[in-house]
Design a protein around this ligand. Structure first.
Ligand SMILES: Cc1cc2nc3c(=O)[nH]c(=O)nc-3n(C[C@H](O)[C@H](O)[C@H](O)COP(=O)(O)OP(=O)(O)OC[C@H]3O[C@@H](n4cnc5c(N)ncnc54)[C@H](O)[C@@H]3O)c2cc1C
Length: 406
């Protein structure tokens, strides 16, 4: 069987790449070992956001692109992406004062092109009491701005469903076992329902998230692996103790911690902890749980937290290896390609849920040297995304002609 593109992984990046490639007219096969969004894409903070805090590390391009994608997703996926008001309380001893936050939010609005979602305000003192439970002592100011919230797994399913409607095929559960690349194509070996199968393609796109290196290790001939690191971020899920959304500064280390009502629960996150070992072993540690609970209790001192009703989940970010703290490292997506002129294997690592569509466009641009020109079937910037309960595997239904020789 021959495809233009084989994608490994049906997280948000794999789903996005499959959608973009199918929309561009290519024949696409997606291999997913477990389920759509089984990895990081169901363990994020579930925000479709510009990333206010990235302004501090001057990642203006990333913030602008994210805000643009946020505006687009609010239009394309109104059932999946909803705007919510976030509150930033400033205390006497907060590391960022009211002027800093006002400046940051103004810049954020500027990068959003001053669209209607970018408006923010400083709440008058009499309105602070409405933020039930929030510590009022030494409170100096409260800002309200907006971010969008989603169900990350549902968004991933919707994008994958859209890709399949455009003709992409999905094999699931199907585990990538290895690949052999040469000047003409790539032979891909995978295992599906205990059966060894082979597909050939012009381009292999590795969207295996935290498993990206283990996929690359099995591509022959071997190359030097990219220098990346896995950084765990954990969240707590509590009963619905609060009704408002908050963006807080952890008292221990001034990191950003979100407190977000989500699907009838209260979500608190996240942490940053270097992860060693297999991705599937990632779990929220006791220290991370305590750190998040301490932050919540610091800002909501009277909140009665039912300690026996705390659920947790942990996801893994793929970040460039560095001596810098995870918090201050760039959050741009990382691309690794085997040959710039005649690409055969491209890895798409890290990045953001928010920018999956733009990332997919960039990924396709990186491999276009090995793909023929095809008639476009759709523009992903105009394709509505519809929620689907599950993505049904319908093998062999690709209406597109499969091309390429190995
Ligand atoms: C804690 C945390 C919070 C975050 N919060 C946000 C946020 O609020 N907003 C935002 O925009 N971004 C956020 N992000 C970033 C975003 O979640 C990730 O960048 C994104 O989910 C990564 O998606 P992915 O497709 O690359 O990886 P994954 O979702 O991990 O997908 C990889 C897929 O590959 C499959 N796979 C692996 N190996 C194989 C194999 N051999 N064969 C077949 N399939 C395989 C896996 O099963 C998995 O489904 C957050 C990240 C973290 C860690």
């Amino acid at each position: 069987m021959k495809y233009d593109v084989v994608v490994v992984g049906a997280g948000i990046q794999g789903a996005g790449v499959a959608q973009a490639a199918a929309a561009a007219g290519y024949s696409v096969l997606v291999l997913e070992q477990t389920a759509p969004a089984a990895g990081t894409s169901s363990k994020s903070s579930k925000l479709i956001h510009g990333g206010l805090r990235y302004l501090e590390s001057a990642q203006f391009g990333l913030v602008r692109e994210s805000l643009h994608e946020r505006a687009l997703l609010l239009k394309l996926a109104p059932e999946l992406v909803k705007l919510e008001p976030l509150h930033i309380p400033i205390y006497e001893n907060s590391s960022r004062n009211a002027l800093t936050i006002r400046t940051g939010l103004s810049l954020y609005a500027l990068l959003a092109g001053f669209d209607k979602h970018a408006l923010f305000k400083q709440l008058p003192r009499h309105a602070w009491n409405e933020l039930t439970g929030l510590q009022q002592e030494n409170l100096k100011a409260v800002f309200r701005y907006h971010e969008a919230q989603t169900d990350d797994a549902a968004l991933t399913r919707a994008v994958l469903h859209s890709a399949m409607q455009l003709g992409a095929e999905l094999e699931m559960p199907a585990r990538f076992m290895g690949a052999q690349r040469n000047a003409q194509c790539c032979r891909v070996d995978y295992e599906s329902a205990g059966v060894q199968r082979t597909a050939s393609c012009r381009v292999l796109i590795n969207c295996a998230g935290p498993w990206a290196l283990s996929v690359l290790e099995r591509v022959k001939p071997n190359r030097t692996l990219p220098a990346i690191e896995l950084v765990q971020g954990s969240h707590l899920l509590l009963p619905p103790l609060l009704n408002h959304y908050f963006y807080l500064e952890a008292p221990q280390d001034q990191r950003a911690v979100f407190v977000l009502p989500w699907q009838g629960q209260l979500m608190v996150g996240t942490t940053e902890k270097i992860h060693q070992g297999a991705p599937e072993q990632s779990v929220c540690s006791t220290e991370e749980r305590d750190y998040l609970l301490a932050t919540l209790q610091h800002y909501f001192p009277t909140l009665a937290i039912p300690h026996n009703q705390i659920e947790t989940f942990a996801g893994l970010r793929v970040l460039p290896k560095s001596d810098k703290s995870a918090f201050s490292r760039p959050r741009d997506v990382l691309f690794d390609v085997d040959d710039e002129r005649q690409p055969r294997v491209l890895s798409v690592m890290g990045g953001k849920l928010t920018t999956y569509r733009a990332t997919a466009q960039m990924a396709l641009a990186r491999v276009k040297g090995s793909l023929p020109t095809k008639e476009h079937r759709a523009d992903t910037a105009r394709l509505p995304l519809i929620p689907v309960e599950q993505v049904v595997v319908a093998g062999g239904s690709n209406p597109l002609q499969k091309t390429g020789t190995c």
